[in-house]
Structure formats: structure tokens, C-alpha cells
Write a protein that binds this ligand. Structure first.
Ligand SMILES: [Zn+2]
Length: 271
């Protein structure tokens, strides 16, 4: 999945955004869970939570030298929901990433509404999403929590709880700096919305490429048969991957899928 990783963000983005965001978090919140709104206040950025209907998740506005963040509760639930926190982190990304802030302040790129959570194909949006994920889950603490723990789905849930993020945000962070190779696949109506894996995950190609979720997977059965998964299930390499050799077919993997409405998030790993 090397290619896909590159499409998602460049290697430099991954390194630089992680350093930038983790250092901000460690500076303002060396011990406790990160509160993005407090980071805004400390940087003279004002903000408001409001009901802005279908317009956007969040917005960073620049007016007369001042920055203001809008968080749309109509899209994100309450002010301290995982998604509000993530969106707030994303908007802070547009402020702290030099090129974003300069473009905004100089009027080159006017205020734009953000749709957060790795749904946008726009590179600046993905950078801001990645910044948010590093800000909420700073590297050292995240690694310390994983240290010597055997991987199971519960680890992702615990990380999400500890850092106040969604399962998908915690899983993506785990791909980058976790201690066990995993693959994360986001499905939408049976199609693949995006997928990402740890660099050392053994399989690089999904069974149907970037197109659709394979039928014989946990997420596939959710979309095909309406089966709601509750636990971690065993799957075989041939269910998910484009395998080259027959002997790989029955290699055992685990899949834990969280499915809701039109969406699925699958975490896939082997022992
Ligand atoms: Zn944005």
C-alpha cells in the first residue's frame, strides 16, 4: 500500500506535521488530555461554537490580523464531542502550519469551510487532519501507552478513550506509530472510501483494489447482508487481499469492524 500512503500525505508531511503538533501538545498539556480550545486561547485565537446548519464542520477566519475559529455543532454534536475536538484541532492546523496561515492572512486563499476527518481529497485538508490527529495524540505518550501491550482491538478503543478521539482517528495514528502492523479500511455503502496501513503491514493490495469492500469480510457482510459485527472475527488473507500464491490464501487475520449507517471502519491485523 506504499502508493496509497503517498497519495494520502507525503513522507515529509508525516514527519513535519507530527513534530509540529506533538511539540505544541507537549508544551501546553505535558500531562493531561489535550484541549484544543485552550491552545487557541493561549494563541489569541478566538472561537465560537454555533449552529451553522449544513455549511461546514469548522472554519478558520482571518480578519484585520485576528484569527477566529468556528465550530459547527449542527454537524459535530456537542462542544466536547470527539468530532468537535478533532475539527478544532484541524482548524488549529490551518493556523499553525505556516503555509496555511500565510495563505489565509495574505488573502491568497480565503477562509474556507473544512470538512474534517480524512474525507477530503484536498491536500491542505489532509494535512490539517493529520495535524489534528498528532495534536490530540502526541507521539511520546501514544507510544508509551502501546509499549509492550499485545495488539488487540481493545487497545484502539483504549487509545481513543484516553486521548478523546474517534476509533478511526486512533487507528490511523496507530498505523503511523503503533507497535504492531495494522490495516484500516473505511467503507461507505460497500465501496472503499480510503484505507491506510502500517508501513510493515505484509499485504499491499486489497482484493478489489481501491474499489469495493470484498464480500467475505466482516465489513462486506455488513453491507451485503446487514449483519452487525459485535466482536473481533477471524478472516483469511484471501478474503481481504490480492494474494499472489495459493499457500497464502488461508493465512489467518483478524478483523474488527465498527459499522454504523452507511459507514464501516475495519481494523485488520495478524498475530
Ligand atoms: Zn480545513
Amino acid at each position: 500500500m506504499q502508493q496509497k500512503t503517498n497519495e494520502f500525505l507525503t513522507r515529509d508531511d508525516v514527519i513535519n506535521l507530527n513534530e509540529l503538533a506533538s511539540s505544541i501538545s507537549d508544551y501546553y498539556f505535558p500531562e493531561s488530555q489535550i484541549d484544543p480550545s485552550l491552545i487557541a486561547t493561549k494563541n489569541q485565537i478566538t472561537y465560537s461554537y454555533g449552529n451553522y446548519a449544513d455549511s461546514y464542520h469548522g472554519l478558520l477566519e482571518h480578519l484585520n490580523g485576528k484569527f477566529h475559529i468556528y465550530i459547527n455543532l449542527d454537524k459535530l454534536g456537542h462542544a466536547y464531542s470527539e468530532r468537535s475536538r478533532f475539527t478544532f484541532g484541524h482548524e488549529l492546523g490551518h493556523y499553525f502550519i505556516d503555509s496555511h496561515r500565510v495563505a489565509l492572512a495574505s488573502g491568497q486563499s480565503p477562509s474556507h469551510g473544512s470538512f474534517t476527518g480524512f474525507v477530503s481529497k484536498n491536500r491542505a485538508e489532509r494535512q490539517a487532519d493529520y495535524f489534528a490527529s498528532c495534536l490530540l495524540m502526541p507521539e511520546n505518550r501514544f507510544r508509551a501507552y502501546c509499549y509492550r501491550k499485545k495488539f488487540q482491538f481493545r487497545i484502539i478503543e483504549e487509545l481513543a478513550g484516553k486521548f478523546g478521539t474517534s476509533i478511526s482517528a486512533a487507528a490511523l495514528r496507530f498505523c503511523a506509530i503503533g507497535n504492531h502492523p495494522i490495516l484500516v479500511v473505511c467503507g461507505f455503502k460497500g465501496k472503499i472510501k480510503w484505507y491506510w496501513s502500517s508501513e510493515d503491514f505484509r499485504y499491499k493490495w486489497l482484493k478489489h483494489g481501491k474499489d469495493r469492500i470484498p464480500d467475505d469480510t466482516v465489513a462486506g457482510e455488513y453491507f451485503e447482508l446487514g449483519k452487525s459485527p459485535k466482536t473481533t472475527e477471524e478472516v483469511f488473507a484471501m478474503d481481504w487481499f490480492n494474494i499472489k500464491f495459493e499457500e497464502q490464501a488461508m493465512e489467518k487475520f483478524y478483523e474488527h469492524a465498527k459499522c454504523y449507517g452507511d459507514y464501516s471502519i475495519s481494523i485488520i491485523w495478524e498475530n
